[in-house]
Each structure stands twice: as C-alpha cells, then as structure tokens.
Unconditional design. Structure first.
Length: 465
C-alpha cells in the first residue's frame, strides 16, 4: 500500500473504527479478496472486544498490498459509508454527487462562510432554485408484509444473519436533494430562544438499525435496510457526523450506548439525533415501548433516553437531543370508520381533576411537598432539551414497505431534505406527519417534548466562522 494511502487511513482511523459495522466490512473485504477465509477468523472471535477487532482489521488492511486501499473504498461505498469515502479519497466521485441532480458550487465548498460574505458584500447564489423536487411512488404494504417468493426470502434472511452477503451491496446513493441554507433563520418570537447551530460541528446522528434476528425470533425486516441508507445520506448532507450500528444484540447495544459519552465528549456537537429502528412492543400498564435487539433481547425506550439524561451524559446538558423511534407500539391498525353509523360512542366525561395542593407540588411516593419558593439551585433537571418522535401512537403498528422502507422514515427523509433549510425541527415533524397522511394514509405519528423549550434550526450547509 502506498504511503499516502496508509496516511489517509491513519488520519481517519478513529472514524473508521467508530462508524463502520465489523461484520459488513469483513464480509465485503473477504469477497474482494483482501483477506482469505483463514485470515478473517480473528475478526470473528466474539471473545474479544468488537472495537479491538475493528482496530485490528484496519491495521491489517495497510499491509495487504497496493490494491487494498481501492478495495477498502469500494467496500465502504457499497455499505453506504460515503462520508468516510470522501474523507479518505479527495478525488472520489462522491464529492461531485454526479448520480443525482445536485447543485453546482463551481468548485467551492458546499458550506457558506458568513465572514467571506461580509468581506465581499455579495449574497450567495442560491443553488436550490429551479431544482426539481424529489418525488417517489406511494407504498401501502403493512409492516408484516412478506415477499411473495418465500423461499428466496428465507434464503436471503439466512445468508444475511450468517454475514455471507450484504443486502445493500447494490444500493445506490439516494436520489433526493437536500436543500442547503443560504442564510441563518431568525425567529421573530422574542419569548422563544433558539438553540445555537452555527458551527462546523453541526451534529451527530447515532443510528441503531435491527433488520435480521437470530434463530428466527422475529421476522426479517424487509425494506428496513433502505431506511438506514437514506438516513445516513440525509444526515451526512445536513452536515452531521454519522455513527451507525446494525443488528447488535442486547449486550452490544447497551455497550455501544454506554460508550457514546466517551466517544462524543471531545466532539462538542451542537445537536444530537438518535434513531432506533426495529420491532417494538407496548409495555403493559405503561406508555413505554420495548425494542427488539438481534438476539431477541428487549431494551426499553425510556432506558435508551436515560443514557442521554443530564446525570448520565452531563456534557449534553443544554444540547438539543432528538430521538426518533421507528417501531410498532402495539398491534392495532390506525383505521377510522368513514360513516356515521360506524362512529364509536362518545367518550365518557372525564372526572374533575383533583385539586392542586395549596402550597407546592407532590409526586407519587414522596412524603410531604416540595417548597416552590425555595428551589435548590444546585440541582438541575434530569431531563431537558429532549424531543421524542414516534412513527406511530401508543398501541398501534408502524407500517413498512418491503421495498421502499418504513413509511415514516420515507416521509421524514423527504420533508427534512426539502424544508430543513427554512423550518425548525418541531415544524419539520409536523410536516412529516402531514406527509405521512397524504402519501401513505392510515398511520399517525407523535412527538413528545421533554424540556425542549427552544427552536432548533439545522441550517444545512451553512456555518459561521
């Protein structure tokens, strides 16, 4: 391998280790002849830490001859790690985005610097004018729809679980255009402040995707691979660093979540998005949801969020944290009757609310009241700056097309690509729900705010020096 190629791997070594899936990369490099069957055995040794095995993999690549670097770029590209390909290869065609109708910047960066604009006194050319908006056909299959060719589907699932093939190898860069900002948006509502999103380190996307499940515990999630590909592309174009994990078991999922603080402490991201995509189940007597990991283990939505609360992850206190859960939350279908005779009876009148305690507030399990006139200034809220978006409402299924991917993620990618340049995030999710209704039909998304009291604009493609 040439020295300059080794140097590029060394410069991006941490990103390669943090962002790539070990099984996918080992499989791809084995198929390209970079490693023999005997040579990949150390990378499959589950008795050793997965991070250490990935470190060993990328160290060994530098010793695998002059073609190893090109094979590594091909493997990364085939698995959707386009941001890493661009970092490793400045001459990569991925910089130009020739496979889709991308705006031309005449050789300049896709980011606008306000300091340069002030010096020149010129407004930037808007590259988004007159561009055709992305549109795609509607899908109406439900989450549990299966392929007609059942035999081929079973074989596909088995090969994917064993790590023999990568089902995304032939996937192309998504053909939708992420419109970039040409100016920072300032709200006129003086009583609502803005989260600051003007730096180069715009944000981090942490993506956990569960597609194949061991021992046939759950149905293979056909189409869900496209969700991961589209999300990685979308957030890369929004200026985010992407950390992507696929088909982890419960222990690996918990370990990855616990290590995020260690890996992100030096990053100082302005925004964090966390996306979980899997089968989901409503918890009895609770609004919480359990998510299925690849080994069948369950992890709850609340426990995931708690990894990011102000006690466990104090570095993110004040940083907007947006959680997106692409899962079912029950077994009901979101269908409403269309004629008056099928309308449900009116809900009973709610009982009057209990009177509020005259001085202070109380919560279940507490003795006495908290004196509101004397708050403890040394204690902060455990949860703040959190926005939680669900593909559906409690008790109901989330639908997925076996080819195009989940309804909700398709709507989210469309709306964020089209409107992130001029809408704050809460409005974006409102538009996502409207798009979900218009494009697909019976499914209702939901959003919860936990101390998310500012406007969050993503300002894709724009930074302030």
């Amino acid at each position: 391998m040439q020295k300059e190629h080794r140097d590029r791997i060394q410069m991006n070594f941490s990103s390669l280790v943090e962002q790539t899936d070990l099984d996918l990369m080992v499989t791809a490099l084995y198929e390209k002849g970079v490693f023999s069957e005997l040579m990949i055995e150390p990378y499959k040794d589950n008795s050793k830490d997965a991070r250490m095995r990935k470190r060993l993999l990328y160290i060994d690549i530098t010793r695998r001859g002059p073609e190893a670097f090109c094979n590594l770029l091909d493997a990364l590209s085939e698995n959707g790690y386009w941001d890493l390909v661009r970092d490793l290869d400045p001459s990569s065609s991925l910089h130009a985005r020739n496979s889709r109708p991308a705006p031309s910047f005449s050789g300049e960066s896709k980011f606008y610097s306000l300091s340069k604009l002030k010096k020149t006194g010129k407004e930037p050319h808007d590259p988004n004018k007159n561009l055709a908006q992305h549109s795609s056909s509607s899908y109406i299959d439900k989450r549990n729809t299966t392929l007609n060719k059942e035999t081929n589907g079973n074989a596909e699932r088995e090969l994917h679980v064993k790590g023999v093939v990568n089902l995304n190898q032939n996937s192309e860069i998504p053909h939708f255009n992420v419109i970039k900002s040409t100016k920072f948006v300032e709200d006129n509502e003086s009583d609502i402040k803005l989260y600051r999103t003007r730096g180069r380190n715009r944000g981090v996307l942490v993506l956990f995707s569960y597609v194949a499940f061991q021992f046939g515990i759950e149905d293979y999630r056909h189409g869900a691979c496209n969700d991961a590909v589209n999300l990685r592309y979308l957030f890369t174009e929004l200026g985010f660093k992407v950390l992507s994990y696929s088909d982890l078991d419960l222990t690996e999922t918990q370990h990855a979540l616990s290590k995020l603080r260690e890996g992100m402490c030096g990053e100082g991201p302005e925004t964090v998005f966390v996306v979980f995509s899997s089968h989901g189940y409503a918890r009895s007597c609770s609004s919480d949801t359990d998510l299925r990991c690849s080994d069948g283990g369950l992890i709850s939505r609340s426990s995931i969020i708690n990894y990011f609360n102000n006690d466990n992850f104090p570095e993110l206190n004040g940083v907007p944290k947006v959680f997106v859960f692409q899962t079912c939350r029950g077994d009901n279908n979101d269908l409403a009757p269309r004629s008056p005779e099928h309308m449900p009876p009116p809900a009973p009148t709610a009982p009057p609310a209990a009177p509020r305690p005259p001085s202070g507030t109380a919560h279940d399990g507490a003795q006495g009241y908290v004196d509101e006139d004397r708050p403890d200034a040394s204690v902060d809220r455990l949860h703040s700056d959190i926005l939680i978006a669900h593909a559906t409402v409690p008790g109901y299924v989330s639908n997925r097309d076996v080819v195009g991917g989940s309804w909700y993620i398709q709507a989210l990618c469309d709306v964020f690509a089209e409107r992130a340049h001029d809408c704050h995030v809460e409005k974006l999710f409102t538009l996502v729900d409207e798009r979900l209704k218009l494009r697909f039909g019976p499914q209702t998304s939901s959003v919860d705010r936990w101390g998310f009291n500012k406007r969050l604009y993503l300002h894709p493609g724009l930074y302030e020096d």
